[in-house]
Design a protein around this ligand. Structure first.
Ligand code: COA
Length: 185
């Protein structure tokens, strides 16, 4: 479990010590609108944190807190996961990011995803990564497109009947993005 950094951000694996920050983050309606629908209660959020910690212990990778380097403020989370919602997406790994509204439109979410994508392809050797989102979530669609993803499938979320869209990027797709935007090396 180790931190990853970018010019403006530090990505730290979520641990129980960051419980207060995690609960505060999940209390932000804009962060959870597409997903939980409305903010979970603090005890539900803590239950979710326990799952995240367990995921780190089990897989050796998972979700990171995104901290702004200069201010030290945690404004989101991002991660790479064995697909949980749609297990049949394996061997693709699922990636995702959520940031608070003050950070929107500043390319911070994209910046956080650069080391996550690199980690997925270069360290975990993923054959591809998938982004899963509700079709109405235009920001997630744009984000995934910026990461080199394109439409893969539509799936119904087990148990809820909710329709989800899956977009996918291969290693070459990600290399292409890095090449186009000078993100190599
Ligand atoms: C989805 C979410 C993270 C996007 O945040 P954002 O602040 O709009 O995203 P960013 O500004 O970092 O990045 C997206 C944009 O960055 C661009 N971008 C930024 N830096 C870039 C770079 N170096 N190279 C290429 N593209 C870049 C992308 O083209 C994209 O542009 P567009 O949205 O104008 O088409 C945010 O809306 C959010 O947290 N929403 C709530 C949670 C959520 O729904 N998450 C998705 C769950 S699946």
């Amino acid at each position: 479990m180790s931190e990853m950094g970018t010019r403006r951000l530090v990505l730290t694996p979520w641990t129980a010590e960051l419980a207060k920050d995690f609960v505060a983050l999940l209390a932000r309606p804009e962060l959870v609108r597409f997903g939980y629908g409305r903010p979970p209660t603090p005890s539900m959020a803590l239950g979710r944190l326990s799952e995240i910690v367990l995921e780190w212990e089990t897989n050796g990778f998972g979700a990171y807190a995104i901290r702004e380097r200069e201010s030290g403020v945690i404004g989101g989370y991002a991660g790479v996961h064995v697909p949980q919602t749609i297990p049949e997406l394996a061997p693709l790994l699922e990636v995702g990011v959520r940031v608070v509204a003050e950070w929107w439109g500043k390319a911070l979410a994209f910046e956080a995803m650069v080391p996550i994508m690199n980690f997925a392809f270069e360290v975990l050797n993923a054959p591809g990564v998938a982004g899963v989102f509700l079709p109405a979530n235009t920001a997630a669609r744009n984000m995934n497109q910026a990461l080199g993803m394109s439409f893969h499938s539509q799936v119904v979320r087990p148990g809820t009947g909710m329709l989800l869209e899956v977009h996918r990027a291969t290693r070459d797709d990600w290399q292409d993005v890095k090449h186009r935007h000078g993100l190599e090396g």
